[in-house]
Design a protein around this ligand. Structure first.
Ligand code: AMP
Ligand code: MG
Length: 448
């Protein structure tokens, strides 16, 4: 198959026993083809979906010039024309405008209109003096100045504090009609939904959700609720995989635990290929007697086996599996055979798989933000592989981030991951780290 040839050609330039993380990321991205199918959903159901169309603003937002402050709107020409010897401007209050209740009259340069934030700028007005800067000079009669239109009241303020156009929001300053508002490929967040609502858009086209089938392999695995015989472990990878996939809003198809038996594995792989865009498995990709995934997925499609220059997460399989049982027959699915060790599963998912899945989902993946932190302790690091140690980072009183690895860094020690709030990323060529050295960290959580 051509695909197989291409896959092996992709890795040919690297040492197959140590494929750099950056090369694996590039190859995987190259094989990730976005799904095309889209559907229309209500805005209220669109959170975390991938926008399938460019949205162009059908209106100006805001739709009209309006006041940015509570105060008085007037013609900015008054700042030059009506200024007195002491530098102040006095204007007569001709009426008022509230948000949703415009002032409909006309005023001259010696007049102003009481306005509240968001009120339509009255005709002839382009400037607002905030009420804090104003002295109410006289109230001929009646109650407070802002209680009624006019009332013969006037205001005085220092001209120097303002310029023509101050405190006015222009029509279209948020978004002009015809301007791109949100681009296709955007994973819709709260601000995007608000923005689309501000344009009066109540429905959007989004890509159909990416379907990801996953299963665990291993005769030693027990499901929760089953007795744990000697030599057995509970299957935890399925839970981390389910959670990681759901967090990205993919359609996660759980195919359970599959025993290390050729027939069972073959059936699971074919079912997965028929029902999903992507197959994720854990376990059975290292050099061992029971490493059937390796043999089978090779038989069922085009699969390359990698030894990544990475820790944790060295062995990994990548390629395509066809539902017809042979390369080119039936429906293909992109296949990621992840290692079995629970931390390695999470690290390879985030560092190698995640962006490819986002691309397939139609999204434009953004690089994870990396911060510099000061290492509290020395860290041993072998050059020639990228290490993703688990760390706890915090911003100290000196305003800088400080980090320390969380306990044992074994690739099966899931508590190191659970306790951590970041990866300490030790680059391919980096040697040992001394206490006080700066390291890169990738925080697990962001604000939004
Ligand atoms: P393998 O890659 O299949 O040789 O597995 C490597 C290690 O990860 C072994 O200690 C397995 O018991 C463990 N392991 C594999 N799959 C799982 C799983 N689904 N949940 C927890 N541990 C696992
Ligand atoms: Mg196994």
């Amino acid at each position: 198959m051509t695909t197989s040839n291409e896959l092996s050609r992709c890795v040919a330039q690297f040492d197959p026993q140590a494929l750099p993380v950056s090369a694996a990321q590039a190859i995987v991205r190259q094989w990730a083809t976005p799904i095309v199918a889209a559907e229309r959903v209500a805005l209220s159901d669109a959170l975390d979906r991938v926008l399938a169309e460019d949205i162009v603003s059908p209106i100006d937002v805001p739709a009209y010039d309006n006041s940015a402050m509570d105060g008085y709107a007037f013609d900015g020409a008054a700042l030059a024309a009506a200024v007195q010897a002491d530098g102040s401007v006095s204007l007569a209050v001709a009426g008022r405008a509230l948000a949703g209740h415009p002032f409909t009259g006309n005023i001259d340069v010696a007049q102003c209109v009481r306005v509240m934030t968001g009120a339509l700028m009255p005709a002839g007005c382009d400037t607002v003096v905030p009420q804090e800067q104003v002295q109410e000079v006289q109230a001929v009669e009646g109650p407070q100045a802002d209680q009624a239109a006019g009332d013969g009241q006037s205001i005085r303020f220092a001209a120097a504090a303002l310029r023509a156009g101050s405190n006015r929001r222009r029509a279209g300053e948020d978004l002009a009609r015809g301007a791109p508002a949100v681009r296709a490929g955007r994973i819709l967040r709260a601000s995007d939904l608000g923005l689309l609502a501000s344009l009066g858009i109540g429905e959007v086209a989004v890509r159909r959700r990416l379907r990801v089938a996953f299963f665990s392999t291993g005769d030693e695995l027990r499901s929760i609720g089953q007795p744990l015989e000697p030599g057995c472990v509970y299957d935890s990878n399925r839970y981390t995989l389910l959670a990681m996939l759901r967090r990205l809003n993919f359609d996660a198809i759980d195919l359970g635990v599959v025993r290390d038996e050729p027939a069972a594995l073959e059936k699971a792989l074919l079912t997965a290929a028929a029902s999903a865009d992507v197959i994720l498995t854990s376990g059975g990709v290292s050099v061992g007697d029971a490493d059937l995934t390796k043999q089978l997925s090779r038989a069922l499609g085009d699969v390359a086996f990698w030894s990544l220059a990475m820790r944790p997460g060295r062995p990994m399989a990548f390629g395509r599996v066809w539902s017809g049982g042979r390369a080119g027959v039936g429906d293909p699915a992109l296949f990621f055979g992840l290692p079995g060790n629970p931390v390695a599963v999470m690290v390879t998912f985030y560092q190698i798989v995640r962006d490819a899945l986002l691309i397939m989902a139609g999204a434009t993946p953004q690089p994870a933000p990396v911060l510099h932190a000061i290492s509290a302790v020395p860290i041993r690091k072998r050059p020639g592989r990228t290490e993703f140690q688990r760390g706890t980072a915090q911003r100290a009183a000196d305003g800088r981030w400080h980090v320390a690895p969380t306990g044992s860094q074994g690739s099966g020690v899931l508590s190191s991951m659970s306790e951590a709030n970041c990866f300490i990323v030790l680059a391919h060529d980096q040697p040992d780290v001394d206490a006080g050295d700066t390291v890169d960290i990738m925080l697990f959580d962001g604000l939004i």
